[in-house]
Write a protein of this length. Structure first.
Length: 206
């Protein structure tokens, strides 16, 4: 049953907030009422930041992560190890690995994983630019850091089959992460150890 609102403005705000993942109607109402209790400039700053993000967002031309410029701060950092590329599903996984402080190479954000059920194949992902980077002489290692799911394993295997023709070492993060878990839900110590203890990838089930 649709709840009754005393204000159409409140109803519209709640309806828009429920479009966000994980936000139900009750949570949306609580957030809307919280914003009403705050100074007007706080709500305006929130709205402006979201609009600015949506209108001005850019993606790094090298690793495809969200960036403020053509080249992100990681890819443009000369102190990073540019010979190592860590392949992740999305920016959340990249941030999770960065938070471990155990990795100093570059990243490559695929933008998803192969999922035939959802109509996502290799052509829908940022794979071609990864293969081009792997072919460069300066690239020595490609780390596959995708989720321990059927889709993640399928994507790992596809990348491995293509990358094994390049003169790079292909490794995968250690399986200290439970099967089915996503990287951004893994604690930093476990994730950090899985990066440090990475191993050579030999195919499905490695």
């Amino acid at each position: 049953m649709e709840p009754s609102y005393s204000s159409l403005l409140l109803q519209n705000a709640v309806q828009e907030l429920t479009r966000l993942p994980g936000i139900g109607r009750k949570t949306a109402l609580r957030l809307a009422l919280h914003l009403l209790r705050q100074p007007a400039e706080i709500a305006k700053a929130l709205g402006d930041s979201v609009i600015k993000l949506r209108e001005e967002v850019r993606y790094c031309r090298n690793c495809h992560t969200i960036s403020d410029s053509d080249l992100c701060v990681i890819c443009s950092n000369p102190k990073r190890d540019h010979s190592t590329i860590c392949v992740v599903e999305d920016i959340r996984d990249m941030m999770a690995i960065e938070n471990t402080s155990q990795y100093n190479g570059l990243y490559h954000v695929l933008g998803g994983v192969i999922s035939p059920m959802e109509g996502i194949g290799p052509g829908e992902l940022k794979m071609e630019s990864l293969f081009n980077k792997a072919a460069l002489l300066e690239t020595n290692e490609v780390i596959l850091a995708l989720p321990s799911t059927v889709e993640g394993d399928t994507t790992n295997f596809y990348l491995y089959k293509t990358l094994r023709n390049a003169e790079v070492t292909v490794t995968t993060i250690a399986r200290g992460i439970p099967v089915g878990d996503e990287l951004d839900y893994t604690d930093e110590i476990t994730l950090g150890r899985s990066i440090l203890n990475r191993q050579a990838y030999h195919g499905m089930g490695s």
